[in-house]
Design a protein around this ligand. Sequence first.
Ligand code: ZN
Length: 171
Amino acid sequence: MTILPIIKHPDDVLRKICQPVETVTDEVRKLMDDMLDTMYNAPGIGLAACQIGDLRRIVVLDCVREAEEDEKRPMFFVNPEIIWESQDVGEYEEGCLSIPGVYENVIRPSECKITFLNYNGDAQELLCTGLLATCIQHEIDHLNGVLFIDHISRLKRSRALKKYKKAQSED
Ligand code: ZN
């Protein structure tokens, strides 16, 4: 079990476009295991590889949970890609391990369909709804150098970042 340091906004690494993984090797699986440990430790419900400084298109999630159920349900996504998104939108209050303490409502398509390689390297297709749809869109944004605060109004963003900067400088 390895807990890796999480890169925080405004580090440039979070603005890079991440590169596709060619093959899901043991090295990639080890990275995903470490990412999962790091995410659970934070604690968070999603983590993209760029958030621990690795610029490959890899995401781990654990955001689908029945009420009062403690069991872990990790999900692994290599090269996730949105191939369809609904016209319907939904609003969730989002946060990000790279911008601790900032929570804002974000509007996104309420459903999306994605393709990806799973932990074993098999090609998969998945229809995402509810919180999973929000989480995977948030994480795929990371792979393209986009943060959730990019989706909110300029006024809300500057207000949130002012508070964030103040909190960071007090740490
Ligand atoms: Zn995030």
